[in-house]
Ligand binder design. Structure first.
Ligand code: ZN
Ligand code: ZN
Length: 111
């Protein structure tokens, strides 16, 4: 049973992700990347690494809430449209934009 392969050294993790050893070490020390200590060395389990990668991915591709209906979307793709008022960047979801024909955020809809 490949217990060995379930755990990776910090060096292996950094090689795999293409980042520096120092960065991985810092993530482990700060607790962001869970690791176990075997003797003098840290080991990261594949499960914990996968979990960390999923978390960091979803954090970088953050969604947001529609400024009109308030619905929260996980993906920015659903909020590609923005308020047409000059300088206003409030997101408008595809639903409000396409189905309801909304072009301005609730603040600028002029009511
Ligand atoms: Zn909406
Ligand atoms: Zn606006």
């Amino acid at each position: 049973m490949g217990v060995e392969s379930e755990y990776m050294s910090l060096e292996e993790v950094s090689n795999m992700l293409g980042v520096t050893y120092q960065l991985i070490y810092r993530l482990v020390r700060s607790g962001e990347l869970p690791a176990v200590r075997l003797g003098k060395l840290y080991r990261v389990s594949r499960n914990d690494l996968d979990g960390y990668l999923k978390r960091s991915k979803s954090a970088s591709a953050t969604g947001g809430a529609c400024s009109v209906c308030g619905t929260f979307y996980k993906s920015r793709k659903s909020l590609e449209q923005t308020c047409t008022e000059d300088g206003c960047e409030e997101p408008i979801c595809f639903d409000c934009w396409n189905r309801l024909g909304v072009r301005k955020c609730s603040k600028h809809s002029g009511k």
